[in-house]
Write a protein that binds this ligand. Sequence first.
Ligand SMILES: NC(=O)c1ccc[n+]([C@@H]2O[C@H](COP(=O)([O-])OP(=O)(O)OC[C@H]3O[C@@H](n4cnc5c(N)ncnc54)[C@H](O)[C@@H]3O)[C@@H](O)[C@H]2O)c1
Length: 263
Amino acid sequence: MSSEPAEGLRPVLAGMKALVTGIANEHSIAYGCAKAFRELGADLAITYASEKAKPYVEPLASELGAELLLPLDVGDAAQLQSVFGQIGQRWGRLDILLHSIAWAPKDDLHGGLLHCSSEGFARAMDISCHSFVRMAALAAPLMDQGGTLLTMSYYGANKVVPNYSVMGPVKAALEACTRYLAYELGPKGIRVHAISPGPLKTRAASGLKDFDLLLNEAVERAPLGELVDIMDVGYTCAFLATPYARRVSGETLYVDGGVNIMA
Ligand SMILES: NC(=O)c1ccc[n+]([C@@H]2O[C@H](COP(=O)([O-])OP(=O)(O)OC[C@H]3O[C@@H](n4cnc5c(N)ncnc54)[C@H](O)[C@@H]3O)[C@@H](O)[C@H]2O)c1
């Protein structure tokens, strides 16, 4: 793939190095983000969560001309170290990190928060939230010219969304981590953002009970009258990584057609 931006777009991320985690398939939010970064000129490193996932991610990585394709299960500390080690070797630096990862044990997710086990709660928190903190710690030394860290939250962090269950408190913690990381990394010129997309039909979303109801409700309530797609999220992330957003940090930015402003 050429490094030319899509027609009409200026290559505002040209020369930037971006690590994208969380692509499972072409419906993944992270794929929309990788595509937007690439269209705007960034070079990509892409990870896949397991050998089972690799055949789905590999063609997307090659379509986007990714320079690195690496295995990463965030529960595996050695793999996480290795990803950042290889980025250091290849690029010597990193400008953009996208964390687009969430997971909770099915029984704990479906049983409601009241019945979520202590172990399930801890695992959901570790994979979906603390992994962002671990990544930030490894990314920061590679961002000595500053950089942008991005993670994916959801409306259920702040308001009760039936069936979102344990993921509500987990996303609330993720948004709080975003603020504290923004505070601690601000002096290094590293900006940290949480994005809160409206509901999107992805593999992760298919694990939520009655997800179609959420989609219908989102269309009905959105001032803009439409569901968001993965490129809407991708372009917002790309914008946050540009110098045009250079004084924005620690926020949770909704990309939901305006649903969150409604009573
Ligand atoms: N789909 C939605 O409606 C929606 C809305 C708001 C926020 N989000 C958030 O967006 C993010 C991406 O989800 P998505 O909807 O694109 O679904 P997705 O299933 O495409 O992506 C989830 C990703 O998490 C990865 N993952 C899970 N456990 C992992 C582990 N141990 N190590 C490494 N990777 C692991 C999966 O491999 C997958 O790539 C998640 O944080 C999700 O909570 C989704």
